[in-house]
Design a protein around this ligand. Structure first.
Ligand code: ZN
Ligand code: ZN
Length: 172
């Protein structure tokens, strides 16, 4: 390589999303999301409790148990999963703190593939592209199908490596 490789835009904005995610106070999951119009950063958000309300680091996670169906050796199996429901998801906070007019035709970079609820809201938010890094298999099929129906570009960054100091170990 002749010169130091310049960061491409995907890496640049996803790095920022990971930086933003380090603000999260939920020990179970750190998610960051940024709104980008062209090459301009228009908003940042992470998952967290509403402002002025104790967050997970103060009040502990608010755990909900869910039964999830997974396929194992070709058979459907029921597994119990725990989720923290104290926080507003990063994507939802991003929508709360940005203006519709800024979102029209914009892209969202988010560290994690959106859950069904967030995907639904993003689909109605004016954004035309969603770029994510870590897959979220639980809702992936239906989310991808809906994005296709809406004509929203929905792509995962497969060969992306987040900045090491921004990644937390997720306790699942
Ligand atoms: Zn939590
Ligand atoms: Zn979500």
């Amino acid at each position: 390589m002749k010169e130091a490789k310049r960061k491409d835009w995907d890496t640049y904005f996803m790095d920022i999303a990971y930086m933003v995610s380090t603000r999260s106070r939920c020990p179970r999951r750190h998610v960051g999301a940024v709104l980008v119009q062209g090459k301009k950063l228009l908003g940042t958000a992470y998952n967290g409790a509403p402002m002025g309300v104790p967050d997970c680091s103060e009040a502990g996670c608010m755990i909900a148990e869910e039964i999830e169906m997974i396929e194992h050796d070709g058979k459907q199996e029921m597994v119990k999963k725990q989720r923290c429901v104290r926080t507003i998801h990063a994507e939802q906070n991003l929508l709360l703190f940005t203006d519709r007019i800024d979102r029209e035709g914009s892209s969202v970079y988010v560290t994690d593939e959106p859950c069904w609820t967030c995907a639904n809201m993003l689909a109605n938010s004016g954004v035309t592209e969603i770029v994510y890094h870590r897959p979220y298999p639980k809702d992936s099929d239906k989310v991808k199908e809906m994005m296709k129906q809406k004509g929203i570009i929905f792509r995962g960054l497969d060969s992306y490596e987040p900045p090491r100091e921004t990644v937390m170990v997720v306790s699942d």
